[in-house]
Ligand binder design. Structure first.
Ligand SMILES: [Zn+2]
Length: 210
């Protein structure tokens, strides 16, 4: 009887381990290569300003500060997919001015890219739709009705339930890595809190890339 119990335990443990590793793409142990991502905007629409990850001045309630990178423009810039994947959720939020903005989450195995604060999203996107790198996701959102200021909140994270957003810097393809470094070298020092947050991934997000 005891032997049978032990065999049963071994079978359950094996199923759990094999299941976690090979059956559930949301598992931390899912055998997937590190995702390679691109910046979520085209080369000819560079942002005018950037709010780094880990910023705690405007995001004092988030445990590690700003949990993504914000890209800002003064025109309705197109937001592009940073990686291939499948649309998981499309959610709307109403801001204090009663203006609706949208968040689109796209999953690629154990990774997830979140495009948050969109004025609108492509109508071809719905839950389960396939997305390719560079496909248009939507248009950056305009938080102030009287100002042509646009903001995209963008995050790379894991698709499994636990796991903070990741510092995306080591995930970029070489072209995007060069572009974001050039942008931050140029725009970072103009950012009002640059002294406190000199890195694109600051504070708790510095080097948090896995
Ligand atoms: Zn943000």
């Amino acid at each position: 009887m005891k032997k049978l119990f032990i065999i049963l335990l071994i079978v359950i443990a094996t199923v759990l381990v094999v299941g976690t590793v090979y059956l559930f793409p949301r598992s931390p142990y899912w055998p997937q290569e590190r995702i390679v991502i691109a910046l979520p905007f085209s080369q000819d629409q560079p942002p005018k300003s950037i709010i780094p990850m880990g910023e705690t001045v405007d995001h004092p309630n988030a445990p590690l500060g700003h949990p993504g990178i914000d890209f800002q423009w003064d025109y309705p810039a197109a937001v592009l997919a940073s990686a291939d994947g499948t649309v998981e959720t499309i959610k709307s939020t109403k801001d204090d001015n009663g203006i609706t903005n949208w968040a689109v989450e796209v999953r690629n195995g154990k990774y997830k890219l979140s495009y948050v604060e969109l004025e609108s999203y492509e109508q071809s996107l719905k839950k389960g739709a396939k997305v390719k790198t560079g496909d248009k996701i939507g248009i950056a959102y305009k938080p102030f009705p009287d100002k042509e200021h646009r903001n995209l909140h963008w995050e790379l994270g894991y698709s499994f339930a636990i796991g903070e957003p990741l510092c995306p810097l080591t995930y970029f393809n070489s072209e995007s890595k060069k572009r974001i470094e050039d942008l931050w070298n140029r725009l970072g020092p103009a950012y009002r809190d640059y002294k406190a947050f000199p890195d694109l991934c600051s504070g708790g997000f510095k080097n948090r890339d896995q």
